[in-house]
Design a protein around this ligand. Structure first.
Ligand SMILES: [Zn+2]
Length: 116
């Protein structure tokens, strides 16, 4: 069964996957960072050449872990760009479908292929 926690995770994944253009340079760098763990020690590296200030800010953004970073970034984007993120929300239940182009709600099974 789908729970409110499932929806919260979906909202985060949806923003992270499809709304990178609304992220700051630091947020994008943090999203794309590679985190390697040795025990509880995280080593954060980047596969593209970054300005040192951006890299440091991205490391700082990840200091509480990737999940916390993803949730915070999603909250920030929703607070300023909610209309854009929710442009393709289900007309029936208001939740986000699988992708910004999907016309089938994965939460209530409503479809709106004909624009209805
Ligand atoms: Zn729905």
């Amino acid at each position: 069964m789908r729970t409110p926690e499932d929806y919260q995770l979906h909202e985060i994944n949806y923003v992270m996957e499809h709304f990178g253009h609304l992220m700051t340079e630091v947020e994008r760098a943090a999203r794309d960072a590679i985190m390697l763990f040795q025990g509880s020690q995280a080593h954060i590296t980047f596969d593209t050449k970054l300005d040192e200030n951006v890299a440091n800010a991205a490391r700082f953004a990840l200091k509480d872990g990737a999940q916390v970073f993803r949730r915070r970034t999603t909250e920030r984007i929703l607070s300023t760009h909610r209309d854009q993120v929710y442009a393709n929300a289900c007309p029936k239940c208001g939740r986000l479908p699988a992708t910004p182009k999907a016309k089938l709600c994965i939460w209530c099974s409503h479809t709106w292929f004909d624009g209805a």
